[in-house]
Design a protein around this ligand. Structure first.
Ligand code: UT7
Length: 342
């Protein structure tokens, strides 16, 4: 059975930096830097310009990851695109990315699949890719997490509890087959609890209704704000995130027969610095072992973990032989954790 390794990483963020103060001065939101930093650790986020979507953000991240893996686009056997902000209702972002990477023009028609698991999407993708590589079905899978949140945030005081948290970014890894036994994606554990599906959700339409969005007398769709924008019970999410992240990390360590002390680097999903600090504290993990980028990018959902890995690799914080633990929790509720020998 081949081993599944992360052979390359890449990331991309748009240029436009939006600070907490910009949320006040540019968008007129009744908030302040201290409130946001104290509750979340977020100081700034990036917003993509109009006309740019999640697949656009993913292109440079994927090109970097493919190059870093020493591969060419034609070597990619499959694309797994994790996002909660696809360009359209359908098709998914994966096919747009495949086209933007120039694959069809080059006669390369690799499958492209979207993963709809929000903040856990990247880890669902990583587990799927590793399983397929280990099964011998594919050799190189591009796993990408990309989000364009800025288009769908209620950037007003009404929406401040959600709008102040999120940013745009893309991160990618290549998962490859390898005979090298010293490295690899060792284990992963995914979970979901659908009882909480409505606790963090954006219900723009409801296909149980006829029509699926209300229309006015002229047949023009009318989406109410509570349907249009994401709604969240932040405290319930916070509490469940802490519990599930701790449990996920303990489960993967248990499965591999190691302790938290054996892990060199932790790549936690970046939803809230306080969540991550609390999880680390409960597990006796020193903060120096945590990768963090929430202060500059905010919560970039499916992109948080691959951007962390790409940044850490470039900064020399990830070296061959290190043990990496990663964990995520989010809408669904869904969660995942994985252990990687880098
Ligand atoms: O990837 C998963 C995604 N989400 C998460 O992980 C989020 C987890 N939850 C959280 O991070 C926290 O619950 C938040 C940071 C979202 C909110 O912190 P909180 O301490 O739970 O605040 P709250 O929602 O209970 O709101 C407290 C007050 C409210 O005012 P009143 O009703 O007490 O007068 C809010 O209206 O803070 C107000 N508020 C704000 N004030 C200034 C909410 N957002 C803001 C804001 N600026 N941006």
């Amino acid at each position: 059975m081949p081993n599944a390794v992360i052979s390359g990483t890449g990331m991309y963020v748009p240029d436009n930096i939006v600070t907490n103060d910009d949320l006040v001065s540019q968008y007129g939101i009744d908030t302040n830097h201290d409130w946001i930093v104290k509750r979340t650790g977020i100081e700034a986020r990036r917003f993509a310009p109009e006309g740019i979507g999640s697949a656009d953000l993913a292109v440079p991240a994927c090109e970097q990851a493919i190059e870093d893996a020493g591969l060419q686009k034609k070597d990619i056997d499959m694309i797994l695109f994790a996002t909660l902000s696809p360009e359209h209702c359908f098709p998914g972002s994966g096919v747009y990315l495949q086209e933007k990477l120039g694959m069809p023009e080059a006669g390369h028609f690799c499958p492209a699949m979207d993963i709809r698991n929000q903040c856990s999407g990247f880890l669902y993708g990583l587990g799927t890719a590793a399983s397929m590589v280990k099964a011998g079905a594919v050799k190189n899978v591009l796993v990408v997490g990309g989000e364009t949140h800025s288009a769908a945030l209620d950037l007003s005081t009404r929406g401040r509890a959600v709008a102040s948290l999120f940013g745009d970014a893309a991160g990618a890894v290549v998962v490859s087959a390898s005979d090298d036994e010293s490295r690899g994606i060792r284990t992963w554990k995914l979970g979901a609890d659908g009882r909480y599906a409505d606790v963090l959700a954006q219900r723009v339409w409801d296909v149980r209704k006829r029509p699926f969005i209300p229309v006015d007398e002229n047949g023009v769709g009318q989406v109410q704000p509570e349907m249009m924008w994401a709604q969240m019970d932040g405290r319930l999410v916070f509490k469940n995130a802490v519990e599930r992240m701790i449990m996920g990390l303990m489960e993967v360590c248990w499965k591999e027969g190691i302790t938290m002390n054996d892990i060199d680097v932790f790549a936690f999903h970046q939803a809230n610095l306080r969540i991550n600090q609390y999880v680390a504290q409960q597990l006796n993990v020193p903060e120096e072992k945590l990768l963090q980028n929430i202060h500059k990018f905010g919560n970039t959902t499916a992109a948080t973990i691959p951007t962390l890995l790409a940044e850490a690799q470039r900064e020399g914080r990830l070296e061959r032989g290190m043990k990496v633990a990663t964990v995520a929790f989010g809408s669904g509720f869904t969660w995942g954790a994985a252990l990687i020998d880098w």
